[in-house]
Design a protein around this ligand. Sequence first.
Ligand code: PLP
Length: 387
Amino acid sequence: MAGNFIEEELKRLKEQGVYRKLRHVEGEQGAILTLDGREVLNFSSNNYLGLANHPALRAAAVAAIERYGCGSGASRLISGNMTLHEELEAKIAALKGTGAALVFNSGYQANIGILSVLADEGDLILSDALNHASIIDGCRLSRAKSVIYPHSDLARLEDELKKAPASARKLIVTETLFSMDGDEALLVEIVELAERYGALVMVDEAHATGVFGPNGAGLVAKLGLVERVPVQMGTLGKALGGFGAYVAGSRKLRELLINRARSFIFTTSLPPAVMAMAIAAIEILYKEPERRLALWHNCRALRDGLKGLGFSLGESQSQIQPLVIGDAQKCMAFSERLLEKGVFAQGIRPPTVPPGTSRLRITLMATHTHEHIHRALKAFEEVKNEN
Ligand SMILES: Cc1ncc(COP(=O)(O)O)c(C=O)c1O
């Protein structure tokens, strides 16, 4: 029976054109990648600053293994709260300008853990339509009523806040830099609405951490909103080049999450090497601002180049450039043709993005060279001319 279900489900996924399979990467995560045995230009990584193979991160990981060993052996609340966890949390809080920070094992675990602590049955979560799956799952787990407002639609957000019962606790949750569209949330306005209607604001800075704001502190810091956004979540596995996630906020928030967030409590804590890499990555944010400058330079070069080729691009000015194709199959075919020409720009289709908005999600890295971008643009031009 179970066998039948599995086969039928796989068949259904294939028929619906949403079947996925893993690609194999050999060697390092760089601007050039060996993918399924072929060398390609990598325009599909969240390793925005190129830190995933930075010598300082490697050295920090090796030194941490030498000093503290490999595993943490237990969850944080048992015997897994090691020196490096606390050191990293102090570094994150200093970077973000908050009273405290708490590390989670991944962004997914952070979002489900935080949301299910901050909202409960009878409460209301207002969530942007383009929020990440981990936020959606966190909303579901919390058992609060979730209302999805159309992407960045402030009028709808205000309507929903007005309609909410006075007794309900209200939480607005949004990414700051949207992962699939690369545009920024209207944070100043969202914070104003939250203050007017007594709602709490939680942001997900997964794609803004390391990239925007002073020393890469994120968009909340860039906009001067640190004091007004009480819950700032972000990840350590994208621009910071390692793995894991954090929430930055008040000491009381940290204390509550340590006591209540099930995805924090019931899991083995991250190993010392992962903590050491994140500490090294944060130090590089301060020491090597030229990485952010190189990234911005590359964003502009790619964007201008694609526009020059007649592609219509959306709002994004960031390191995430969506090239919307629309139809899922056409999008995947475009991506495959680019790959044949040595350029990896992943096609993204439903359910990751809404139907009819399948796109190539092109991501830039600080370590792309002028020549890499030039070669990519040439491949885009050739594939466009085939269609
Ligand atoms: C906006 C956003 N939030 C959370 C996550 C989850 O983070 P992690 O990969 O650390 O689980 C991701 C991506 O993976 C993301 O894009």
